[in-house]
Design a protein around this ligand. Structure first.
Ligand SMILES: Nc1ncnc2c1ncn2[C@@H]1O[C@H](COP(=O)(O)OP(=O)(O)OP(=O)(O)O)[C@@H](O)[C@H]1O
Ligand SMILES: [Mg+2]
Length: 259
């Protein structure tokens, strides 16, 4: 079976500086991988690179999605292929409701999938889908008519992020969790959402600072990113070791040469 995501010897520069220094990582359908690591180690850089942000320049290596390189594809084309990125700092779009935003995103994806001749989802049909997903995620229906992320609390942004994932039904989800301002409820929202949406066709890359979230989501693999390299990979037990021993332990005992 072809893996959903294969990152091969990936090197990434931002503003002429090398931030990712040779990462190898494979994610299969049905797997949850967590990436942890200290501030500034390159976690968001990796997420943005996977999403195709133009500022992040791949200087070496490759990113394969279902066996095909996506390096030449723009962010919209990657999204249309089923890659979903939840940003660490989501944007507010005053004037655009959550429902409209999600319907537009879903229609763009459907259109691309059917080479442009798919019919847009009708408003009543979309409404039904949205309400179903909101119920599944235990979201209050009033969210649908609010302007996206405008004045949302940290927890509410997380709810919308997970709702967006539910509506778009991606095959690869990259969740970059923010390092501050999230209370335990927000962490649970993300965790419950991920657990509800997890299915055998979905691969998840969950970026987090928190060992705590891993009490609720059970990743199959944990990788520790230090200074642009995956210094250590292991099973769920690695999170507990990290909690106990901290990142200095990794710096002393992990690889630091990206090999
Ligand atoms: N757009 C950018 N312009 C300049 N430097 C950048 C840019 N994006 C990332 N960097 C630099 O790359 C390094 C890695 O940043 P990145 O945001 O990937 O770290 P992170 O692991 O996500 O950190 P955090 O845990 O704080 O979210 C930092 O030194 C950062 O300043
Ligand atoms: Mg980050």
């Amino acid at each position: 079976m072809v893996p959903h995501l294969e990152i091969k010897d990936l090197h990434v520069q931002v503003e002429g500086k090398e931030i990712i220094k040779g990462i190898n990582l494979t994610i299969n359908a049905g797997e949850i991988h967590a990436i942890m690591g200290p501030n500034g180690s390159g976690k968001s850089t990796l997420a943005n690179t996977l999403a195709g942000h133009p500022r992040y320049v791949v200087t070496q290596g490759d990113i394969l999605y279902k066996g095909e390189s996506i390096l030449e594809l723009g962010p919209d084309e990657r999204a249309q292929k089923g890659i979903f990125l939840a940003f660490q700092y989501p944007m507010a779009i005053p004037g655009v409701t959550v429902a409209n935003f999600l319907r537009t995103a879903l229609n763009a994806k459907r259109k691309a999938r059917a080479n442009g001749d798919a019919k847009a989802i009708s408003i009543p049909e979309f409404r039904k889908l949205l309400l179903k997903q909101m119920e599944l995620l235990k979201l209050d229906p009033s969210f649908a008519t609010r302007y996206i992320n405008d004045g949302f609390s940290g927890g509410e942004k997380k709810r919308v992020e997970i709702l967006q994932m539910a509506v778009l039904n991606p095959e690869l989800a990259i969740l970059d969790e923010t390092d501050s301002g999230l209370d335990i409820d927000a962490l649970r929202i993300v965790a419950d959402g991920v657990n509800t949406l997890m299915n055998p066709n979905l691969g998840i890359l969950l970026i987090t600072h928190y060992q705590r979230i891993l009490n609720y989501i059970k990743p199959h693999f944990i990788h520790v990113l230090v200074n642009g390299c995956l210094a250590l990979s292991g099973g769920p037990e690695l999170a507990l070791q990290l909690e106990e021993k901290g990142y200095d332990w990794i710096r002393e005992n992990g690889r630091d040469d990206c090999r």
